[in-house]
Design a protein around this ligand. Structure first.
Ligand SMILES: Cc1ncc(COP(=O)(O)O)c(C=O)c1O
Length: 437
């Protein structure tokens, strides 16, 4: 009997033994094509020699030194690089161990910032239905994901949540994408008026919604309107790019394609690419300076904040992305994958929508393409299982339509995908859907 407290104790997990490029291998030697980087993590694929070399070199120098005592070269260099990408003079980067911690940190920064301004009631954070921001209690409070919330509901903050920006299901007939974006953003304005801006610290959203909806990008103009509303009401604008950031959509930050800059952005998965556990919360200069001027420091910290080896790995991941021009590949291979999927599933009676940006693509499954009647939630699990049988890793999700009904498949392949991998992924996916549906 195993002593592991498994995610699902009733499931028989194959033992992962080896990773090489876009493939993983289990203990029987079976090969799996990685079509989702796990949960949009492995942006450089597996066993990347440059990242491994950087980690080994850092271990030889300094594995770890607590950041209450020391800073480190990789932490400084990684922060400088991320600040340059964020593009705002004086912005600051706080390193954590993952996405939930990054969003917890954003919640606390928002609170301390408004306290520094003397607004002690600006506490609540508005988020959206059909979203996911993490599994710790604060981050789960932000998450509009009924399945993940249900058991823990009594522990969670009861903060306002607005509707998602989800064109496939919520855009009305005769409404343009821009009109829909404006209408969806109006629900933020309405929620602020109802709760009172004096009680609201921030609004948080995933730039491109990941696991809950399956790579749903915002309608055009949506985030520009959100930015205006936040500014008008003195509410911080936080974007969660834990999944969609670090190049996944073809630009380093997904928000670069929406003509906005948030006050705070959180990143994680693709930052370390799975080589080390690392996340980050990036804040604009005004927020950092206000907190420091008023309080001296941000009242926060974890043991592994700014872990030197994790920072060295992330630095190497970002270095490879730049050196090998992988964002270009994300854009080109992403559009190739989109068009191959569209061609393969154009006539499929259960493929309702194919959407996304770059190498972040969602396929929503329905029982009827005309009426968009959602597939059953349990379909997601069956697809995952059949895909693994056929040597393919994809990341399906259930409850897409409204939390209770619907299913989608999330694809987030490594940035090193070539045409042959796209062909293999689409071929395998077609065979998986044939078997399951
Ligand atoms: C958008 C988003 N935010 C936050 C998280 C939580 O990140 P982690 O699992 O690293 O704590 C996730 C994880 O899937 C996510 O997709």
């Amino acid at each position: 009997m195993s002593s592991v407290f498994y995610r699902n104790p009733n499931h028989d997990y194959p033992k992962g033994m080896r990773g090489e490029g876009v493939y993983l291998y289990d203990a029987t030697g079976k090969q799996y094509l990685d079509g989702s980087g796990g949960a949009a993590v492995s942006c450089l694929g597996h066993g990347h020699p440059d990242v491994i070399a950087a980690i080994k070199a850092q271990l030889d120098e300094l594995a770890y030194a607590h950041t209450a005592f020391f800073t480190s070269e990789p932490q400084e260099e990684l922060a400088a690089g991320l600040a340059a990408r964020f593009g705002e003079e004086g912005c600051r980067v706080y390193f954590l161990s993952g996405g939930s911690e990054a969003n917890e940190t954003a919640i606390k920064i928002a609170r301390q910032y408004w306290l520094a301004h003397g607004h002690k009631n600006k506490v609540a954070i508005i988020s959206r239905e059909q979203s996911y921001h993490g599994n710790t209690v604060g981050a789960l409070s932000l998450s509009g994901n009924p399945g993940r919330r249900e058991i823990f509901a009594p522990l969670l903050h009861d903060w306002p949540r607005i509707e998602p920006c989800y064109a496939y299901r919520h855009q009305r007939d005769g409404e343009s994408p821009e009109e829909y974006g404006a209408r969806a953003a109006q629900s933020l304005q309405d929620a602020i008026e109802e709760a009172g801006a004096d009680n609201i610290a921030a609004f948080i959203a995933e730039t491109v919604v990941g696991a809950t909806l399956g790579a749903v990008p915002p309608a055009p103009g949506y985030f520009r309107k959100v930015r205006e509303i936040c500014d008008r009401h003195e509410i911080l604008f936080i974007l969660d790019e834990v999944m969609s950031g670090c190049g996944r959509t073809g630009t380093y930050f997904a928000f670069e394609q929406d003509g906005v800059v948030p006050d705070i952005v959180t990143i994680a998965k693709g930052l370390g690419g799975g080589y080390q556990a690392i996340g980050a919360t990036i804040v604009c200069a005004e927020i950092h300076d206000k907190i420091v001027d008023r309080f001296g420091s941000f009242e926060h910290g974890h043991t592994y904040v700014g872990h030197a080896t994790a920072c060295a790995a992330a630095l190497a991941v970002a270095g490879v992305i730049d050196r090998d021009h992988l964002l270009e590949n994300v854009r080109e291979t992403g559009s190739l994958l989109r068009s191959e999927l569209a061609a393969a599933f154009a006539e499929h009676p259960h493929v309702g929508d194919i959407r996304g940006r770059g190498l972040f693509i969602g396929i929503e499954l329905v029982t009827d393409c005309e009426t968009k009647a959602p597939a059953e939630k349990a379909l997601a699990g069956r697809i995952k299982q059949e895909a693994m049988e056929q040597g393919l890793i994809v990341y399906p999700g259930g409850g897409t339509a409204d939390g209770a009904m619907g299913a989608h498949i999330l694809l987030a392949p490594p940035f090193i995908y070539e045409k042959s991998h796209v062909d293999e992924l689409v071929g395998k996916l077609r065979s998986v859907l044939e078997r399951v549906l």
